[in-house]
Write a protein that binds this ligand. Structure first.
Ligand SMILES: [Zn+2]
Length: 389
């Protein structure tokens, strides 16, 4: 019997157990360290993977995958839940070679231009390898797009990243596997350093937080996040269990601190990276009316007749105020007097960011995309011509 088959059976058993568990209100969590890499896709198809993340009561999951296709598949299923992070690996086994591989830098640059990401990582980088041209390029790309770096690194490599760009935002995977005192030294030194607790367990046992870790959590309540690290497909079995375990020890902290680590810190970092700003509203197809600016891009980039597609939308309110309203999208063929055959759904993914799904142009010819911005004072309507070949 193949390993995949055994995995599949194990999964079926786990899923059956989960299905019988009573649904109850769970306190929200964010998991900052999820991978959905190629060898998990068959065992756990995208819809099933999303079910697991929802079952764990996650409101946000930072997902990075080898290859990035895994992240895109999950994001397409649940844009409200998945925070896409761009892993610089095409397949398993590139953790020790990517930083000397110029094609990785090109791939990352291409994907950043095409899709929206909150960060680049998780990548593995140690010591003075951080000075090599490819990692340097990654640090620059993160700065260009205003997104964070998720670094599985020793303290030395983290310091070298900050030396290249003191304004970088770094999420330190596994808190560097350092003891709490050493993590505190780094957090004290770098105010844009966050630390995930993925694949660590010594900070709590039996629902009690370890005293040395408690001290660090209390000193830096805004800097820690949870993580499961599904680095091999089997780790997906632990996502729900890990969430339950985390809820127990988080309850041992003052409420505010516990909630910060549970989800607020991750949400704040994702919002910082994904927020709309002048550059988000100026990339892709853009339009403006009454001081509102909207930009959109298609997923996939070139849409085909009769094929469903999605749309990434960024909205900026007048005078660079955040846009807090809702967005509706439609498309019509003015010459034919008809619209699309399907009604798209729009979900908010971050402040001023939206993801529209279920769009399809069933004919070639002249279409018009219609956007409605539901603001506090009324509806702002914007239209864009599109010629479908
Ligand atoms: Zn990882």
């Amino acid at each position: 019997m193949g390993t995949t088959m055994i995995r599949g059976m194990l999964w079926a058993v786990a899923a059956a157990l989960l299905a019988t568990a009573p649904a109850r209100a769970q306190s929200p969590l964010a998991d900052a360290h999820i991978h959905y890499s190629h060898d998990a896709w068959e065992m756990l198809p995208p819809a099933e993977a999303i079910k697991v993340l929802r079952q764990a009561g996650l409101k946000k999951a930072f997902v990075s995958s080898s290859s990035d296709q895994g992240t895109q598949m999950l994001h397409a299923q649940a844009p409200d839940l998945i925070v896409p992070v761009l892993r610089p690996y095409r397949r398993r086994g590139e953790t020790g070679t990517w930083f000397r591989d110029a094609s990785v830098g090109d791939m990352v640059a291409d994907l950043l231009a095409k899709n929206t990401y909150a960060g680049i990582g998780e990548f593995h980088l140690f010591g003075k390898d951080a000075e090599l041209p490819v990692p340097r390029r990654i640090v620059q790309l993160a700065a260009k797009y205003g997104i964070f770096l998720h670094a599985h690194s020793d303290a030395d490599a983290v310091e070298r990243i900050f030396a290249q760009n003191p304004e970088a935002r770094v999420l330190w995977a596994h808190s560097g596997f350092e003891p709490p005192e050493a993590v505190a030294v780094m957090l004290r030194k770098y105010k844009h350093l966050w630390s995930d607790l993925a694949f660590r367990s010594e900070h709590a046992s039996d629902g009690k937080v370890d005293p040395a870790w408690r001290k660090v959590f209390m000193e830096f309540p805004d800097r820690f996040m949870l993580g499961t690290d599904t680095y091999v497909p089997e780790r997906w079995y632990y996502v729900v269990e890990q969430a339950a375990w985390s809820r127990r020890w988080l309850a041992d902290l003052p409420r505010e601190v516990g909630e910060n680590i549970a989800y607020r810190n991750a949400e704040a970092l994702a919002n910082w990276a994904l927020k709309t700003d002048a550059s988000a509203c100026a990339s892709g197809q853009t339009m403006a009316k009454d001081g509102y600016r909207l930009s959109y891009r298609f997923e996939p980039a070139a849409i085909q007749v009769g094929q469903p597609f999605a749309m990434q939308i960024a909205v900026c309110a007048p005078d660079d105020q955040p846009f807090t309203g809702e967005v509706r999208v439609g498309a019509a063929m003015p010459a034919h007097g008809h619209g699309m055959n399907y009604k798209p759904t729009v979900q908010q993914t971050a402040e001023g960011r939206f993801h529209a799904q279920g769009l399809m142009l069933h004919m070639r010819g002249h279409w018009q995309f219609n956007f409605e911005l539901l603001t506090e004072t009324g509806i702002v309507r914007l239209g864009a011509d599109h010629r479908q070949k």
